[in-house]
Design a protein around this ligand. Sequence first.
Ligand SMILES: Nc1ncnc2c1ncn2[C@@H]1O[C@H](COP(=O)(O)OP(=O)(O)OP(=O)(O)O)[C@@H](O)[C@H]1O
Ligand SMILES: [Mg+2]
Length: 472
Amino acid sequence: MSSELSPPAAPLLPAPGPGRGAGSPLPPPGQPVLRITGVNHHFGEGETRTQVLFDNDLEVMPGEMVIMSGPSGSGKTTLLTLIGGLRTLQEGQIEIWNPDQSGYATLRGMAEPDLVQVRRRIGFIFQRHNLFDSLTAIQNVRMAQRVGPGSPDPDADAADFLTYLLLGTRDVQGKPQKPRTDYKPAALSGGQRQRVATARALINRPKLVLADEPTAALDANTGLAVVTLLRCLARDRPDDELRQLVRPPADASEGGRLADWQIPLLRKIVTETGTTSLIVTHDGRIMNLADRIVHMGRGRIESNVVVAERLFVREGLRQSPVFAAILPDEQQKIADQILIGVHPDHPARPDHLRAYPGRVEVYDPGQVIIHQGDRVDEHGKFYLIRRGTVEVLRTADGVTAKVDEMGPGRYFGEVALLMDQPRNATVRAVDRVEVYTVDRETFDRFRDVSRPFIERILINFRDSPWDEHGRG
Ligand SMILES: Nc1ncnc2c1ncn2[C@@H]1O[C@H](COP(=O)(O)OP(=O)(O)OP(=O)(O)O)[C@@H](O)[C@H]1O
Ligand SMILES: [Mg+2]
Protein backbone atom coordinates (compact mmCIF):
# COMPACT_ATOMS: atom_id res chain seq x y z
CA MET A 1 0.00 0.00 0.00
CA SER A 2 1.32 3.41 -0.79
CA SER A 3 1.48 6.16 1.79
CA GLU A 4 -1.10 8.24 -0.04
CA LEU A 5 -3.75 5.67 0.79
CA SER A 6 -5.94 6.72 3.68
CA PRO A 7 -8.20 4.13 5.28
CA PRO A 8 -11.94 4.63 5.04
CA ALA A 9 -12.37 6.48 8.30
CA ALA A 10 -15.40 5.82 10.44
CA PRO A 11 -17.31 9.07 10.34
CA LEU A 12 -17.33 10.91 13.63
CA LEU A 13 -19.61 13.82 12.92
CA PRO A 14 -23.32 13.82 12.33
CA ALA A 15 -24.06 14.37 8.68
CA PRO A 16 -27.22 14.71 6.66
CA GLY A 17 -29.39 11.67 7.21
CA PRO A 18 -32.71 10.70 5.74
CA GLY A 19 -35.16 13.55 5.65
CA ARG A 20 -32.50 16.25 5.86
CA GLY A 21 -30.74 18.36 3.27
CA ALA A 22 -32.35 20.34 0.50
CA GLY A 23 -30.44 18.69 -2.36
CA SER A 24 -31.66 16.37 -5.04
CA PRO A 25 -30.91 12.73 -4.23
CA LEU A 26 -30.51 11.77 -7.89
CA PRO A 27 -28.83 13.42 -10.86
CA PRO A 28 -31.03 14.75 -13.70
CA PRO A 29 -32.72 12.00 -15.74
CA GLY A 30 -30.35 10.07 -17.95
CA GLN A 31 -27.26 11.36 -16.13
CA PRO A 32 -24.91 8.99 -14.28
CA VAL A 33 -24.23 9.06 -10.54
CA LEU A 34 -20.61 8.31 -11.24
CA ARG A 35 -18.56 9.33 -14.25
CA ILE A 36 -14.94 8.37 -14.80
CA THR A 37 -13.06 9.93 -17.70
CA GLY A 38 -9.54 9.33 -18.92
CA VAL A 39 -8.24 7.98 -15.64
CA ASN A 40 -4.56 7.00 -15.61
CA HIS A 41 -2.61 5.99 -12.56
CA HIS A 42 1.07 5.47 -11.81
CA PHE A 43 2.78 3.94 -8.80
CA GLY A 44 6.32 4.75 -7.72
CA GLU A 45 8.70 7.59 -8.51
CA GLY A 46 11.44 8.14 -11.06
CA GLU A 47 12.97 4.93 -12.39
CA THR A 48 10.42 2.68 -10.70
CA ARG A 49 7.42 4.69 -11.80
CA THR A 50 4.97 2.25 -13.39
CA GLN A 51 1.67 2.94 -15.02
CA VAL A 52 -1.09 0.61 -13.78
CA LEU A 53 -4.25 2.31 -15.12
CA PHE A 54 -4.63 3.44 -18.71
CA ASP A 55 -7.29 5.82 -19.98
CA ASN A 56 -10.31 4.42 -18.18
CA ASP A 57 -13.81 5.71 -18.88
CA LEU A 58 -16.92 4.50 -17.10
CA GLU A 59 -20.41 5.76 -16.34
CA VAL A 60 -22.67 4.26 -13.73
CA MET A 61 -26.38 5.02 -13.53
CA PRO A 62 -28.37 5.47 -10.30
CA GLY A 63 -29.32 2.17 -8.68
CA GLU A 64 -27.06 0.12 -10.91
CA MET A 65 -25.24 -2.86 -9.49
CA VAL A 66 -21.93 -3.02 -11.32
CA ILE A 67 -19.64 -6.01 -11.15
CA MET A 68 -15.95 -5.51 -11.88
CA SER A 69 -13.95 -8.56 -12.80
CA GLY A 70 -10.52 -9.19 -14.24
CA PRO A 71 -7.27 -10.98 -13.49
CA SER A 72 -5.24 -10.33 -10.37
CA GLY A 73 -3.19 -7.18 -10.79
CA SER A 74 -5.40 -5.70 -13.52
CA GLY A 75 -6.09 -2.57 -11.48
CA LYS A 76 -9.55 -3.17 -10.00
CA THR A 77 -8.69 -2.20 -6.43
CA THR A 78 -6.66 0.76 -7.60
CA LEU A 79 -9.60 2.08 -9.59
CA LEU A 80 -11.99 1.47 -6.69
CA THR A 81 -9.78 3.34 -4.23
CA LEU A 82 -9.50 6.26 -6.65
CA ILE A 83 -13.29 6.43 -6.95
CA GLY A 84 -13.59 6.35 -3.17
CA GLY A 85 -11.18 9.26 -2.80
CA LEU A 86 -8.82 7.00 -0.85
CA ARG A 87 -5.99 7.69 -3.26
CA THR A 88 -4.95 10.88 -4.99
CA LEU A 89 -6.29 11.08 -8.52
CA GLN A 90 -3.32 11.86 -10.75
CA GLU A 91 -4.80 12.09 -14.23
CA GLY A 92 -8.31 12.19 -15.63
CA GLN A 93 -11.48 13.01 -13.77
CA ILE A 94 -13.90 11.26 -11.44
CA GLU A 95 -17.27 12.91 -10.84
CA ILE A 96 -19.67 11.70 -8.17
CA TRP A 97 -23.18 13.06 -7.75
CA ASN A 98 -23.44 14.96 -4.51
CA PRO A 99 -27.07 14.95 -3.37
CA ASP A 100 -26.47 17.64 -0.76
CA GLN A 101 -25.34 20.13 -3.37
CA SER A 102 -27.31 18.87 -6.35
CA GLY A 103 -24.15 18.78 -8.41
CA TYR A 104 -21.12 16.63 -9.11
CA ALA A 105 -18.14 16.47 -6.80
CA THR A 106 -15.00 16.38 -8.96
CA LEU A 107 -12.22 14.46 -7.25
CA ARG A 108 -9.23 15.74 -9.21
CA GLY A 109 -7.34 18.25 -7.11
CA MET A 110 -9.97 18.16 -4.38
CA ALA A 111 -8.80 19.42 -0.97
CA GLU A 112 -8.59 16.88 1.86
CA PRO A 113 -11.56 18.23 3.88
CA ASP A 114 -13.78 17.91 0.82
CA LEU A 115 -12.45 14.41 0.15
CA VAL A 116 -13.43 13.50 3.69
CA GLN A 117 -16.98 14.61 2.87
CA VAL A 118 -16.99 12.50 -0.28
CA ARG A 119 -15.75 9.43 1.62
CA ARG A 120 -18.37 9.94 4.28
CA ARG A 121 -21.15 9.50 1.73
CA ILE A 122 -19.70 6.23 0.40
CA GLY A 123 -20.13 2.78 1.93
CA PHE A 124 -16.82 0.90 1.76
CA ILE A 125 -16.72 -2.88 2.01
CA PHE A 126 -13.04 -3.68 1.69
CA GLN A 127 -10.99 -6.73 2.53
CA ARG A 128 -9.02 -4.95 5.20
CA HIS A 129 -12.11 -3.91 6.99
CA ASN A 130 -10.60 -1.66 9.62
CA LEU A 131 -12.83 -2.79 12.46
CA PHE A 132 -11.92 -1.40 15.84
CA ASP A 133 -10.37 -4.19 17.90
CA SER A 134 -11.50 -2.77 21.21
CA LEU A 135 -15.15 -2.54 20.21
CA THR A 136 -17.70 -5.33 19.91
CA ALA A 137 -19.41 -6.14 16.64
CA ILE A 138 -22.45 -4.02 17.40
CA GLN A 139 -20.34 -1.18 18.80
CA ASN A 140 -18.36 -1.14 15.57
CA VAL A 141 -21.59 -0.67 13.66
CA ARG A 142 -22.98 1.86 16.13
CA MET A 143 -19.84 3.94 15.97
CA ALA A 144 -20.25 4.51 12.23
CA GLN A 145 -23.92 5.26 12.56
CA ARG A 146 -25.21 8.74 11.91
CA VAL A 147 -28.39 9.66 13.59
CA GLY A 148 -30.71 12.26 12.20
CA PRO A 149 -34.36 13.11 12.56
CA GLY A 150 -36.42 10.35 11.03
CA SER A 151 -33.70 7.68 11.35
CA PRO A 152 -34.72 4.40 12.88
CA ASP A 153 -33.94 3.56 16.52
CA PRO A 154 -30.14 3.27 16.25
CA ASP A 155 -29.65 0.29 18.55
CA ALA A 156 -32.44 -1.73 17.01
CA ASP A 157 -31.32 -0.79 13.52
CA ALA A 158 -27.74 -1.98 14.09
CA ALA A 159 -29.04 -5.19 15.65
CA ASP A 160 -31.40 -5.76 12.72
CA PHE A 161 -28.53 -5.48 10.23
CA LEU A 162 -26.41 -7.95 12.16
CA THR A 163 -29.30 -10.36 12.66
CA TYR A 164 -30.20 -10.24 8.97
CA LEU A 165 -26.54 -11.00 8.20
CA LEU A 166 -26.82 -14.12 10.39
CA LEU A 167 -24.81 -12.78 13.34
CA GLY A 168 -27.81 -12.59 15.68
CA THR A 169 -29.86 -15.09 17.63
CA ARG A 170 -31.11 -17.13 14.67
CA ASP A 171 -29.36 -19.21 12.06
CA VAL A 172 -30.49 -19.80 8.50
CA GLN A 173 -32.54 -22.83 9.59
CA GLY A 174 -34.36 -20.59 12.07
CA LYS A 175 -32.70 -22.40 14.99
CA PRO A 176 -31.42 -20.37 17.94
CA GLN A 177 -27.69 -19.66 17.82
CA LYS A 178 -25.23 -17.81 20.02
CA PRO A 179 -25.33 -14.20 18.83
CA ARG A 180 -21.99 -12.70 17.80
CA THR A 181 -23.06 -9.09 18.30
CA ASP A 182 -21.11 -8.69 21.54
CA TYR A 183 -17.93 -10.36 20.30
CA LYS A 184 -14.84 -8.33 19.56
CA PRO A 185 -13.23 -8.76 16.13
CA ALA A 186 -10.45 -11.02 17.50
CA ALA A 187 -13.10 -13.54 18.53
CA LEU A 188 -14.83 -13.51 15.16
CA SER A 189 -14.04 -15.57 12.06
CA GLY A 190 -12.93 -13.84 8.87
CA GLY A 191 -16.40 -14.20 7.37
CA GLN A 192 -18.05 -12.89 10.52
CA ARG A 193 -15.77 -9.84 10.57
CA GLN A 194 -16.57 -9.30 6.90
CA ARG A 195 -20.29 -9.21 7.69
CA VAL A 196 -19.81 -6.79 10.59
CA ALA A 197 -17.87 -4.56 8.20
CA THR A 198 -20.71 -4.86 5.70
CA ALA A 199 -23.29 -3.82 8.29
CA ARG A 200 -21.07 -0.90 9.22
CA ALA A 201 -20.68 0.17 5.59
CA LEU A 202 -24.41 0.09 4.91
CA ILE A 203 -25.89 1.32 8.19
CA ASN A 204 -26.17 4.90 6.90
CA ARG A 205 -27.77 3.78 3.62
CA PRO A 206 -25.06 5.32 1.44
CA LYS A 207 -26.08 6.10 -2.13
CA LEU A 208 -22.76 4.71 -3.42
CA VAL A 209 -21.21 1.47 -2.21
CA LEU A 210 -17.70 0.35 -3.18
CA ALA A 211 -17.01 -3.28 -2.38
CA ASP A 212 -13.82 -5.27 -2.98
CA GLU A 213 -14.53 -9.02 -2.94
CA PRO A 214 -17.33 -8.63 -0.37
CA THR A 215 -18.26 -12.31 -0.49
CA ALA A 216 -14.78 -13.83 -0.76
CA ALA A 217 -14.77 -14.92 2.89
CA LEU A 218 -18.45 -15.95 2.93
CA ASP A 219 -20.31 -19.19 2.33
CA ALA A 220 -23.24 -19.44 -0.08
CA ASN A 221 -25.94 -18.42 2.42
CA THR A 222 -24.16 -15.47 3.99
CA GLY A 223 -22.92 -14.35 0.56
CA LEU A 224 -26.47 -14.41 -0.76
CA ALA A 225 -27.66 -12.37 2.23
CA VAL A 226 -25.08 -9.65 1.46
CA VAL A 227 -25.80 -9.53 -2.25
CA THR A 228 -29.57 -9.57 -1.77
CA LEU A 229 -29.26 -6.66 0.62
CA LEU A 230 -27.30 -4.67 -1.98
CA ARG A 231 -29.83 -5.56 -4.65
CA CYS A 232 -32.75 -4.43 -2.49
CA LEU A 233 -30.96 -1.19 -1.61
CA ALA A 234 -30.57 -0.61 -5.35
CA ARG A 235 -34.18 -1.21 -6.35
CA ASP A 236 -37.40 -2.43 -4.86
CA ARG A 237 -37.71 -6.18 -5.47
CA PRO A 238 -41.09 -7.86 -5.61
CA ASP A 239 -41.94 -10.36 -2.85
CA ASP A 240 -42.04 -13.18 -5.39
CA GLU A 241 -38.42 -12.57 -6.34
CA LEU A 242 -37.29 -12.66 -2.71
CA ARG A 243 -39.49 -15.67 -1.92
CA GLN A 244 -37.64 -17.62 -4.60
CA LEU A 245 -34.51 -17.26 -2.53
CA VAL A 246 -36.15 -19.04 0.37
CA ARG A 247 -35.28 -22.55 -0.71
CA PRO A 248 -35.36 -25.78 1.22
CA PRO A 249 -32.01 -26.60 2.87
CA ALA A 250 -31.46 -29.52 0.50
CA ASP A 251 -31.45 -27.07 -2.38
CA ALA A 252 -28.84 -24.83 -0.79
CA SER A 253 -25.75 -26.15 -2.56
CA GLU A 254 -25.49 -23.75 -5.50
CA GLY A 255 -26.49 -20.17 -4.86
CA GLY A 256 -27.27 -20.37 -1.17
CA ARG A 257 -30.62 -19.59 0.41
CA LEU A 258 -32.38 -17.07 2.57
CA ALA A 259 -34.48 -18.04 5.56
CA ASP A 260 -38.13 -17.14 5.78
CA TRP A 261 -37.47 -14.95 8.77
CA GLN A 262 -34.83 -12.90 6.94
CA ILE A 263 -37.32 -11.44 4.46
CA PRO A 264 -39.30 -9.17 6.83
CA LEU A 265 -36.02 -8.07 8.40
CA LEU A 266 -34.65 -7.25 4.96
CA ARG A 267 -37.77 -5.20 4.19
CA LYS A 268 -37.29 -3.40 7.49
CA ILE A 269 -33.66 -2.41 6.95
CA VAL A 270 -34.15 -1.33 3.35
CA THR A 271 -35.58 2.06 4.21
CA GLU A 272 -34.41 3.69 0.99
CA THR A 273 -33.54 2.52 -2.50
CA GLY A 274 -31.45 3.98 -5.32
CA THR A 275 -28.11 2.75 -4.01
CA THR A 276 -25.47 2.25 -6.65
CA SER A 277 -22.83 -0.36 -6.00
CA LEU A 278 -19.52 -1.21 -7.61
CA ILE A 279 -18.47 -4.68 -6.62
CA VAL A 280 -15.17 -6.33 -7.45
CA THR A 281 -15.74 -10.06 -7.50
CA HIS A 282 -14.87 -13.34 -9.14
CA ASP A 283 -18.01 -14.90 -7.72
CA GLY A 284 -20.02 -16.15 -10.70
CA ARG A 285 -23.19 -16.25 -8.62
CA ILE A 286 -23.04 -12.49 -8.17
CA MET A 287 -22.17 -11.87 -11.78
CA ASN A 288 -25.50 -13.33 -12.82
CA LEU A 289 -27.26 -10.68 -10.77
CA ALA A 290 -25.37 -7.65 -12.06
CA ASP A 291 -26.90 -4.81 -14.05
CA ARG A 292 -23.55 -4.05 -15.64
CA ILE A 293 -20.39 -6.11 -15.97
CA VAL A 294 -17.08 -4.32 -16.35
CA HIS A 295 -14.07 -6.40 -17.22
CA MET A 296 -10.57 -5.07 -16.59
CA GLY A 297 -7.35 -6.32 -18.10
CA ARG A 298 -3.88 -4.82 -17.72
CA GLY A 299 -5.12 -1.54 -16.35
CA ARG A 300 -7.85 -0.98 -18.91
CA ILE A 301 -11.59 -1.46 -18.99
CA GLU A 302 -11.77 -4.04 -21.74
CA SER A 303 -15.50 -4.50 -21.81
CA ASN A 304 -18.44 -2.78 -20.23
CA VAL A 305 -21.75 -4.43 -20.81
CA VAL A 306 -25.22 -3.51 -19.58
CA VAL A 307 -26.69 -6.94 -18.99
CA ALA A 308 -30.31 -5.95 -19.71
CA GLU A 309 -29.31 -4.17 -22.92
CA ARG A 310 -27.39 -7.20 -24.08
CA LEU A 311 -30.40 -9.43 -23.43
CA PHE A 312 -32.78 -6.97 -25.06
CA VAL A 313 -30.73 -6.78 -28.24
CA ARG A 314 -30.09 -10.50 -28.43
CA GLU A 315 -33.77 -11.31 -27.90
CA GLY A 316 -34.71 -8.68 -30.49
CA LEU A 317 -32.34 -10.15 -33.06
CA ARG A 318 -33.57 -13.65 -32.40
CA GLN A 319 -37.12 -12.65 -33.33
CA SER A 320 -35.96 -12.20 -36.90
CA PRO A 321 -35.57 -15.35 -38.99
CA VAL A 322 -32.39 -13.87 -40.45
CA PHE A 323 -30.65 -13.83 -37.08
CA ALA A 324 -32.44 -16.85 -35.71
CA ALA A 325 -30.55 -18.80 -38.34
CA ILE A 326 -27.21 -17.73 -36.90
CA LEU A 327 -25.49 -19.72 -34.20
CA PRO A 328 -26.15 -18.39 -30.68
CA ASP A 329 -22.54 -17.37 -30.13
CA GLU A 330 -22.58 -15.38 -33.35
CA GLN A 331 -25.91 -13.82 -32.40
CA GLN A 332 -24.33 -12.65 -29.19
CA LYS A 333 -21.31 -11.24 -31.01
CA ILE A 334 -23.53 -9.26 -33.36
CA ALA A 335 -25.59 -8.03 -30.40
CA ASP A 336 -22.37 -6.92 -28.67
CA GLN A 337 -21.34 -5.04 -31.83
CA ILE A 338 -24.32 -2.73 -31.56
CA LEU A 339 -24.59 -2.18 -27.81
CA ILE A 340 -24.12 1.36 -26.56
CA GLY A 341 -23.84 0.53 -22.85
CA VAL A 342 -27.15 2.12 -21.87
CA HIS A 343 -30.15 0.31 -20.41
CA PRO A 344 -33.03 0.34 -22.93
CA ASP A 345 -35.13 2.15 -20.29
CA HIS A 346 -32.84 5.16 -20.67
CA PRO A 347 -32.75 7.31 -23.78
CA ALA A 348 -29.44 7.49 -25.59
CA ARG A 349 -27.69 10.83 -25.08
CA PRO A 350 -25.80 12.61 -27.84
CA ASP A 351 -22.48 11.64 -26.24
CA HIS A 352 -23.45 7.95 -26.25
CA LEU A 353 -24.25 8.23 -29.94
CA ARG A 354 -20.96 9.98 -30.60
CA ALA A 355 -19.06 7.31 -28.70
CA TYR A 356 -20.53 4.56 -30.88
CA PRO A 357 -21.30 6.04 -34.29
CA GLY A 358 -23.66 4.03 -36.46
CA ARG A 359 -24.96 1.73 -33.75
CA VAL A 360 -28.08 3.61 -32.81
CA GLU A 361 -30.02 6.13 -34.93
CA VAL A 362 -32.53 8.61 -33.57
CA TYR A 363 -35.60 9.81 -35.49
CA ASP A 364 -38.03 12.62 -34.74
CA PRO A 365 -41.80 12.14 -34.79
CA GLY A 366 -43.02 11.91 -38.38
CA GLN A 367 -39.58 11.23 -39.83
CA VAL A 368 -39.33 8.42 -42.34
CA ILE A 369 -36.78 5.72 -41.53
CA ILE A 370 -37.10 3.63 -44.68
CA HIS A 371 -39.11 4.35 -47.82
CA GLN A 372 -41.08 1.83 -49.79
CA GLY A 373 -39.42 1.32 -53.17
CA ASP A 374 -36.01 2.58 -52.05
CA ARG A 375 -33.30 0.48 -53.56
CA VAL A 376 -31.19 -1.42 -51.09
CA ASP A 377 -27.52 -2.03 -51.76
CA GLU A 378 -24.57 -3.13 -49.68
CA HIS A 379 -25.28 -0.23 -47.32
CA GLY A 380 -28.73 -1.55 -46.50
CA LYS A 381 -29.50 -1.86 -42.84
CA PHE A 382 -31.57 -3.86 -40.44
CA TYR A 383 -33.35 -1.98 -37.64
CA LEU A 384 -34.29 -3.08 -34.12
CA ILE A 385 -36.49 -0.65 -32.21
CA ARG A 386 -34.86 0.42 -28.97
CA ARG A 387 -37.36 3.05 -27.87
CA GLY A 388 -40.49 4.66 -29.31
CA THR A 389 -43.09 3.56 -31.84
CA VAL A 390 -43.04 3.33 -35.62
CA GLU A 391 -45.85 2.84 -38.13
CA VAL A 392 -45.53 0.62 -41.19
CA LEU A 393 -47.22 2.02 -44.29
CA ARG A 394 -47.72 0.27 -47.57
CA THR A 395 -48.79 1.82 -50.83
CA ALA A 396 -50.50 -0.28 -53.46
CA ASP A 397 -52.40 0.99 -56.49
CA GLY A 398 -51.93 4.52 -55.29
CA VAL A 399 -53.50 3.87 -51.92
CA THR A 400 -51.41 4.05 -48.75
CA ALA A 401 -52.52 2.04 -45.77
CA LYS A 402 -51.09 1.59 -42.33
CA VAL A 403 -50.40 -2.10 -41.92
CA ASP A 404 -48.70 -2.25 -38.55
CA GLU A 405 -47.46 -0.29 -35.57
CA MET A 406 -44.37 -1.49 -33.74
CA GLY A 407 -42.62 -0.70 -30.46
CA PRO A 408 -39.45 -1.64 -28.59
CA GLY A 409 -38.03 -5.08 -29.35
CA ARG A 410 -39.63 -5.27 -32.84
CA TYR A 411 -37.55 -5.09 -36.00
CA PHE A 412 -37.77 -4.20 -39.70
CA GLY A 413 -35.67 -4.09 -42.83
CA GLU A 414 -34.03 -7.48 -42.37
CA VAL A 415 -34.05 -8.54 -45.99
CA ALA A 416 -31.59 -5.77 -46.79
CA LEU A 417 -28.96 -7.84 -45.00
CA LEU A 418 -29.39 -10.66 -47.49
CA MET A 419 -30.57 -9.28 -50.79
CA ASP A 420 -30.57 -6.21 -53.00
CA GLN A 421 -34.30 -5.72 -53.13
CA PRO A 422 -36.30 -2.51 -52.88
CA ARG A 423 -37.90 -1.85 -49.51
CA ASN A 424 -41.44 -3.17 -49.56
CA ALA A 425 -42.88 -0.74 -47.04
CA THR A 426 -42.36 2.68 -45.55
CA VAL A 427 -41.52 2.88 -41.85
CA ARG A 428 -42.12 6.18 -40.11
CA ALA A 429 -41.44 7.32 -36.56
CA VAL A 430 -44.61 8.06 -34.55
CA ASP A 431 -42.77 9.61 -31.60
CA ARG A 432 -39.07 9.99 -30.84
CA VAL A 433 -37.63 6.70 -32.03
CA GLU A 434 -34.29 5.08 -31.33
CA VAL A 435 -33.23 2.11 -33.44
CA TYR A 436 -30.24 -0.18 -33.21
CA THR A 437 -28.92 -0.82 -36.67
CA VAL A 438 -27.00 -3.70 -38.18
CA ASP A 439 -25.42 -3.09 -41.56
CA ARG A 440 -24.38 -5.71 -44.04
CA GLU A 441 -20.71 -5.36 -43.23
CA THR A 442 -21.30 -6.24 -39.59
CA PHE A 443 -23.67 -9.00 -40.53
CA ASP A 444 -21.30 -10.48 -43.10
CA ARG A 445 -18.50 -10.67 -40.57
CA PHE A 446 -20.51 -13.26 -38.69
CA ARG A 447 -22.59 -14.87 -41.39
CA ASP A 448 -19.69 -16.90 -42.79
CA VAL A 449 -19.70 -19.05 -39.72
CA SER A 450 -23.38 -19.67 -40.17
CA ARG A 451 -23.46 -19.76 -43.94
CA PRO A 452 -25.25 -23.08 -44.28
CA PHE A 453 -28.07 -21.77 -42.12
CA ILE A 454 -28.28 -18.52 -43.99
CA GLU A 455 -28.53 -20.34 -47.28
CA ARG A 456 -31.57 -22.13 -45.98
CA ILE A 457 -33.14 -18.87 -44.93
CA LEU A 458 -32.45 -17.33 -48.30
CA ILE A 459 -34.25 -20.14 -50.01
CA ASN A 460 -37.23 -19.55 -47.77
CA PHE A 461 -37.24 -15.86 -48.51
CA ARG A 462 -37.06 -16.42 -52.24
CA ASP A 463 -39.77 -19.05 -52.25
CA SER A 464 -42.26 -17.51 -49.89
CA PRO A 465 -43.90 -14.12 -50.29
CA TRP A 466 -42.16 -12.50 -47.38
CA ASP A 467 -44.37 -9.49 -47.91
CA GLU A 468 -46.58 -11.21 -45.40
CA HIS A 469 -44.23 -10.04 -42.75
CA GLY A 470 -45.22 -6.53 -43.59
CA ARG A 471 -41.78 -5.20 -42.77
CA GLY A 472 -39.58 -4.87 -45.80
N1 LIG B 1 0.91 0.70 -3.51
C1 LIG B 1 1.37 0.20 -4.64
N2 LIG B 1 2.62 0.45 -5.07
C2 LIG B 1 3.08 -0.03 -6.24
N3 LIG B 1 2.36 -0.80 -7.05
C3 LIG B 1 1.11 -1.12 -6.69
C4 LIG B 1 0.54 -0.63 -5.47
N4 LIG B 1 -0.72 -1.10 -5.37
C5 LIG B 1 -0.93 -1.84 -6.47
N5 LIG B 1 0.16 -1.85 -7.27
C6 LIG B 1 0.28 -2.51 -8.58
O1 LIG B 1 -0.77 -2.05 -9.40
C7 LIG B 1 -1.30 -3.09 -10.18
C8 LIG B 1 -2.80 -3.16 -9.96
O2 LIG B 1 -3.05 -3.56 -8.63
P1 LIG B 1 -4.50 -3.74 -8.05
O3 LIG B 1 -4.37 -4.01 -6.59
O4 LIG B 1 -5.32 -2.57 -8.45
O5 LIG B 1 -5.00 -5.03 -8.82
P2 LIG B 1 -6.34 -5.89 -8.65
O6 LIG B 1 -6.96 -5.94 -9.99
O7 LIG B 1 -7.14 -5.35 -7.53
O8 LIG B 1 -5.79 -7.35 -8.29
P3 LIG B 1 -6.38 -8.47 -7.28
O9 LIG B 1 -7.47 -9.17 -8.04
O10 LIG B 1 -5.23 -9.37 -7.07
O11 LIG B 1 -6.85 -7.81 -6.04
C9 LIG B 1 -0.55 -4.35 -9.79
O12 LIG B 1 0.42 -4.60 -10.75
C10 LIG B 1 0.09 -4.00 -8.46
O13 LIG B 1 1.31 -4.65 -8.32
MG1 LIG C 1 -7.72 -6.11 -5.66
